[in-house]
Design a binder for this molecule. Structure first.
Ligand code: DGJ
Length: 532
């Protein structure tokens, strides 16, 4: 009896210790992990459409969540709904989301659609929209009105702080079990249609001196401008002055909203970016100016320290461009997270890239029907490329998160030119070719570049390998260089609850002649190699 009581107390203590812990992002040797219940967690996510965070729309969202094997739903919460009357807050929809997410056993990332939604003020409550004098938009270069809120207006800032703080206070009280693991502050902030605010009051600030924090030599170097000790925006930043000025004020505004919310309930907070082309360094007239685009990340880091990470929304086409974006947002000072990606088959492969880099999550956008009248079959077809990856990853999610954090995972995604790629694994080099063809058939190239492969190094000679539309073989290198080799065993199965569950041993046609091969369905292998 006594032993049982002591055991029970021990369980309570350990369970209590980890389950009570608030989610947080940690960093070690430049790699990051999102801790949920005290352990690294990988968000297998998906985002609901913009207007789906309403009780009548949620059933379709949950259907998609189930179909995709997601563990995290990103869903907007709307300022216009929460504070329809000034100072009167309605958290009933957040409560509905909490209750339903727990029933579906998934976590939530709430998206605070407030002062900025895709650069505009469209989610501000009516009472604010009706008072444009108090809550103004910015003014364009030629005095034209621009559909984007000014980041320099105290009244707007104070109103947003008040509402966001109320949301975080509510969550603190209503979510002891931490169903909500992260909050996005605003949505794709910045301005379309004008690089900055040219109103008289903004112009005065623009003609003033650059704030001291930005004159830090490290910051200036990372912005690729000469190190100086003072000057106006124009003097310090030259032809980038307008954009950097806008980025500073947008980031400062959002940083203050985030800091106020965090002070009451310190959940991880992030902002998402409408990207610019990362390969051509275009001017900000070509994209949303002032948001956390790759070139102004250093400004955001200084101006908004309460924001834990800045994150790319991936809608750009082409493997070179997308891989560059992922690289630019995977920084020592920034955990990699893809909060939005177009729901197209080509994008599923980037999940592997994100996991291998120790990223904390991935989330295609628009998982539910959205009232467009799509049939169940059409929705299922769109979700399928992600669903099969999440189904594979879900039972090994904690291990993937831990391995990614420890740097034990490597991945390749098929480039647009379909070229062969290699992965260095110490004493072995994996050689990956893209295409299919099994058991003596000729290899067929992939019609679309959707191939991918991920390898976890369990020890020097033992690997978990998963992929689609490719085949992999190995070369002995390093201490194995010049030795003959063979597979000791290649097992196909699933990795779940910390161990490999065998379906079959692959051999013969399935591993000879440059195999094993991965087809359209995601398979998980455990391969052990030996030298002779
Ligand atoms: C990016 C935004 O962040 C989303 O809210 C949505 O508007 C998509 N673009 C496009 O549908």
């Amino acid at each position: 009896m006594k032993i049982i009581a002591v055991w029970f107390a021990f369980i309570l203590l350990t369970v209590g210790n980890s389950f009570g812990q608030i989610p947080k992002i940690i960093e070690k040797n430049g790699r990051h992990a999102l801790l949920v219940d005290g352990k690294p967690f990988l968000m297998l996510g998906g985002q609901a459409h913009n207007s789906s965070g309403w009780p009548g729309m949620m059933p379709q969202v949950w259907q998609a969540v189930e179909a995709m094997h997601m563990n995290t739903l990103e869903v907007p919460v709307y300022w216009e709904q929460i504070e329809a009357q000034p100072g009167h807050f309605d958290f009933s929809m957040i409560n509905t989301l909490l209750v339903q997410a727990r029933v579906h056993k998934v976590h939530l990332v709430l998206l605070w659609f407030a002062t900025w939604k895709n650069g505009s003020n469209h989610y501000m409550p009516e009472w604010m929209k009706r008072d444009a004098a108090k809550y103004p938009n910015i003014t364009g270069k030629n005095g034209q009105p621009v559909d984007s809120p000014s980041p320099m207006v105290k009244a707007t800032l104070e109103a947003d702080i008040k509402a966001f703080t109320a949301v975080m206070q509510y969550l603190k009280g209503a979510d002891a079990q931490h169903t909500v693991i992260m909050v996005q502050v605003e949505n794709e902030s910045g301005a379309w249609g004008s690089v900055r605010d040219y109103s008289a009051s903004a112009q005065k600030l623009f003609e003033g001196n650059v704030p001291l924090e930005l004159l830090n030599p490290g910051v200036l170097k990372s912005l690729n401008v000469p190190v100086v000790t003072g000057g106006t925006w124009q003097q310090v930043f030259g032809d980038r002055a307008d954009e950097y000025f806008q980025a500073w004020y947008v980031a400062r505004f959002i940083g203050q909203v985030a800091a106020a919310g965090k002070a009451v309930y310190p959940l991880p907070l992030y902002v998402n970016a409408a990207l610019r082309d990362p390969l051509t360094n275009p001017m900000a007239t070509n994209y949303e100016s002032g948001g956390p685009t790759d070139n102004v990340i250093p400004i955001w880091k200084v101006a908004a320290p309460a924001i834990d990470l800045v994150a790319p929304d991936i809608y750009l086409p082409g493997s070179e461009r997308v891989l560059k974006v992922i690289d630019l947002y995977d920084r020592h000072d920034n955990a990699l997270f893809v909060p939005e990606a177009a729901l197209i088959p080509d994008n599923a492969k980037y999940l592997y890239e994100v996991i291998a880099r120790g990223g904390i999550g991935f989330s295609p956008f628009g998982i539910d029907d959205n009232g467009a009248g799509a049939t169940k079959a059409e929705i299922a077809e769109k979700l399928a490329p992600f669903a099969q990856e999440y189904e594979m990853a879900a039972p090994m999610m904690r291990e993937l998160a831990e391995w990614g954090f420890e740097g034990k995972i490597k991945a390749v995604v098929e480039h647009d030119d379909h070229a062969e790629q290699t992965i260095d694994l110490g004493a072995w080099q994996a050689v990956i070719s893209f295409g299919t063809g099994r058991g003596g058939e000729a290899a067929r190239p992939n019609a679309q570049p959707t191939g991918k492969l991920m390898i976890v190094k369990l020890d020097d000679n033992k690997f978990i390998i998963t992929g689609t539309h490719c085949h992999v073989t190995f070369r002995p290198v390093g201490k194995n260089l010049g030795k003959a080799w063979e597979y000791l065993k290649v097992e196909e199965g699933r990795y779940e609850n910390g161990s490999f569950k065998l379906l079959r041993i692959l051999n013969g046609d399935e591993t000879d002649w440059g195999g094993p091969r991965f087809g359209a369905a995601t398979t998980v292998l455990q391969a052990t190699l030996i030298t002779r």
